[in-house]
Design a protein around this ligand. Structure first.
Ligand code: MD3
Ligand code: FE
Length: 214
């Protein structure tokens, strides 16, 4: 698909590329994730204040992983359970970033969010733990379709809902980078990609300002 496949979302800087990753490439991505998830097994993060487990499982790929723990939200170089360094970013993910991010430096983090079952969701939040806020966030959806919600810059601002299906890529850049967003629910059985059902979201982020910038 070319860039004209991009869909206007009504929010400047927020672009949806429906079906950007074709079915064969989606299967290849899932196959590339398998050995990485063996090195960095998905775990259930804990909410910083309440220490309640999230409804989803997470893990990371890349030089820095996004973590949620008693200390709050932060980036770290090692898996919180097995202390191993995160596995490398698969070349296919670096290619998608080069094609769509329009940013001079590669991503440092791929947060893997795994939604399994009726209760899996992600509450309304902002992505603001990165120093490179000039870099976009790139989100890849695999497996079951989700109902995704985007709002404004305050939690109480009105929101708009979208569906994200398997193979869709979304780019969240300036001036939408700090919009509130969340995942309301997954539509069970909407994709056959994952043997176990559910949805995998891959969120690519640049964390640190590239050397020599500014
Ligand atoms: C809109 N993940 O990991 S990705 C996250 O589908 C996260 O699992 C969701 O939010 C998921 O932080 C949504 C899409 C996304 C990411 C960042 C955004 C949408 C965004 C930043 C601003 C606006
Ligand atoms: Fe987010």
């Amino acid at each position: 698909m070319n860039l004209s496949g991009a869909l206007e979302t009504g929010f400047e800087g927020l672009t949806l590329y429906p079906g950007w990753i074709d079915p064969a490439a989606q299967r290849a991505l899932v196959a590339a994730l398998e050995p990485a998830l063996a090195v960095a097994p998905p775990y259930r993060p804990l909410m910083p204040r309440t220490r309640k487990p999230w409804s989803i499982h997470q893990t990371n790929l890349g030089s820095l992983g996004w973590l949620s723990g008693e200390q709050g939200y932060f980036y770290g170089e090692r898996h919180p359970v097995n202390d191993a360094p995160w596995p490398a970013l698969p070349p296919a993910l670096l290619d998608i970033w080069s094609d769509l991010a329009g940013y001079e430096a590669p991503p440092e983090c791929c947060l893997v969010n795994i939604y399994q079952g009726e209760k899996a969701r992600m509450g309304l939040h902002q992505d603001r733990d990165e120093m490179a806020l000039d870099a976009p966030v790139l989100s890849i959806s695999l497996g079951d379709t989700c109902i995704f919600r985007v709002g404004g810059f305050a939690r109480s601002d009105r929101t708009k809902s979208f569906r994200l299906a398997s193979g869709d890529v979304m780019v969240l850049g300036d001036p939408s980078r700090l919009r509130f967003h969340g995942v309301d629910r997954i539509i069970p059985g909407s994709s056959q990609l994952l043997e176990t059902g559910g949805r995998i979201n891959l969120t690519l982020r640049r964390v640190s300002e590239p050397a020599g910038s500014r």
